[in-house]
Design a protein around this ligand. Structure first.
Ligand SMILES: Cc1ncc(COP(=O)(O)O)c(C=O)c1O
Length: 467
């Protein structure tokens, strides 16, 4: 680890963090209460797959910066240099104008997304999703007298932290206490076969067809002329790493076409390589109308998110120049920062030149194999799921009843992995009673040794917690 900070400097940082920083998604009492015995977690440095904390302890990061973000790993000097060069040339101009990296990254991005053509820059996944929702509402207003304004979202999916994104959120523990919510958002059932919805007859149809059919039921109940869009994660992330059952996406696509409903895919987690393809939807042959992305777009080296649309969606906003309101009247101040697309261009070059999509597929298969072996050994693993380097293991108290283990037990597994120097994740403040899925999303540069070290730590941790 870099020695530029002395132990005194570091203890000052830890104390000042304890006193003044309000961390995301954590209860502070254990380290701020009167008899606090625990230090806040402060990460000082990262290189490749590893990070070092304030005590100098090394950790193997199996969750790419905690929330599936640092796809190309830590310490990429070429991205830092690309950002530096761009910032001294032009750091910012509002997105009403273009920029060199903005134009070049848009060209590169759509070259990876056949059928898509326009890139709207913004600065977080939540904000990109808000843009999509606004577009749906404006199209409804312009084309359908406001009627076709409802937006469908799925149980267990997450689309962000703002009040409207929470209105489209299928994870009730994220939304609880933050209502009232934005009207016009309607929930459809999830597609997790391991916890199949009642009423499914496996002899009659696959679970993919059945669970997609449940979406059609909601559309018919609401009235197809009131539904403007369906917003889905290609693989549900924080709601339990849910890969779609066979036949699901094909049926979803047919339903959207049948009722003239825009298909909005939220690639904030899956986008830019995580599943082994450029985008998760491409694994399933889907043709979306709008795609949103954030985390891995620049691997966290700069804040950037994008909404990418088809030309048809774009044209709906410029087809009548006699109407002064007929364009997307939206702005994102920091969507004009040039560091984002500069970092994103270099991030994409790295993925291409280092063959990281292929590595993701190969290492994802290795990790899936390792997890399946663990499932043979530990009865507490009820199900393993995933695509590429995006995997989950659902923990159950009984394989017969599929009763989930308690959230506390699942957290103990994470802590036991942490004690071995491996950072893994678990579904967290997500679906009530179902915060029981261990999550793994190592950087796309992971080696076979890294993968084996991660699953080796999980093996030991499960043994310790469940005997
Ligand atoms: C699928 C998905 N969509 C959207 C978001 C929101 O992104 P952000 O935190 O950048 O606003 C997240 C964040 O975890 C996410 O997992």
């Amino acid at each position: 680890m870099d020695q530029s900070l002395s132990p005194n400097d570091i203890s000052h940082v830890v104390e000042t963090d304890r006193a003044h920083v309000w961390h995301h998604l954590v209860q502070h009492a254990p380290w701020t209460g009167a008899d606090a015995k625990v230090d806040p977690k402060v990460i000082i440095e990262g290189k490749g797959m590893r990070v070092w904390d304030a005590r100098g302890t090394e950790h193997l990061d199996a969750v790419s910066g905690g929330v599936w973000t640092v796809n190309v790993g830590y310490g990429r000097t070429s991205i830092a240099k690309a950002v530096y060069d761009q910032l001294i040339k032009l750091n910012y101009f509002a997105g009403s104008a273009g920029s060199v990296p903005g134009a070049l990254f848009a060209e590169k991005l759509v070259s990876k997304m056949p059928g898509m053509s326009r890139v709207y820059y913004t600065n977080s996944g939540s904000e990109a999703n808000e843009k999509a929702f606004k577009m749906v509402r404006q199209i409804a207003e312009k084309r359908y007298g406001g009627k076709k304004h409802k937006i469908l979202y799925r149980d267990r999916d997450y689309h962000g932290t703002t009040i409207t994104c929470l209105s489209a959120g299928g994870q009730d523990e994220r939304g609880a206490q933050y209502g009232p919510f934005t009207p016009g958002f309607v929930r459809v059932p999830h597609c997790l076969e391991y916890r199949a919805q009642e009423g499914w007859d496996p002899v009659k149809e696959s679970y993919g067809e059945y669970s997609a059919g449940l979406i059609e039921e909601v559309i018919l109940r609401e009235g197809p002329d009131t539904v403007g869009a369906l917003c889905l994660e290609p693989v549900t992330a924080g709601g339990g790493v849910i890969t779609p059952p066979d036949g699901y996406w094909q049926r979803v696509q047919e339903i959207c076409r049948k009722y003239d409903i825009l298909l909005h895919i939220d690639e904030v987690v899956c986008g830019v390589g995580r599943t082994g393809a450029w985008f998760g939807y491409q694994q399933y042959g889907v043709e979306p109308d709008m795609v949103t992305m954030a985390k891995g777009v620049a691997s966290g080296y700069a804040a950037i998110a994008c909404l990418v649309s088809t030309e048809a969606v774009f044209e709906a906003f410029c087809d009548d120049t006699s109407d002064p309101m007929n364009y997307f009247r939206d702005i994102s101040t920091f969507g004009g920062c040039t560091a984002g697309p500069a970092a994103a261009l270099e991030n994409m070059r790295i993925i291409e030149d280092e063959g990281l999509l292929d590595n993701t597929t190969a290492m994802g298969e290795r990790m899936m194999g390792n997890l399946e072996e663990l499932a043979e050994k530990h009865a507490v693993i009820g199900d393993v799921r995933g695509k590429g380097l995006f995997l989950g293991a659902e923990l159950v108290a009984s394989r017969q009843t599929r009763e989930p283990v308690s959230e506390k037990q699942a957290q103990q597994v994470v802590a036991e992995c942490g004690a071995q120097g491996v950072i893994v994740g678990v579904t967290n403040r997500s679906v009530p009673g179902f915060n029981n899925t261990l999550c793994f999303s190592p950087a796309l540069i992971a080696t076979a040794d890294d993968i084996d070290q991660i699953t080796g730590a999980v093996d030991i941790a499960l043994g310790k917690v469940f005997g």
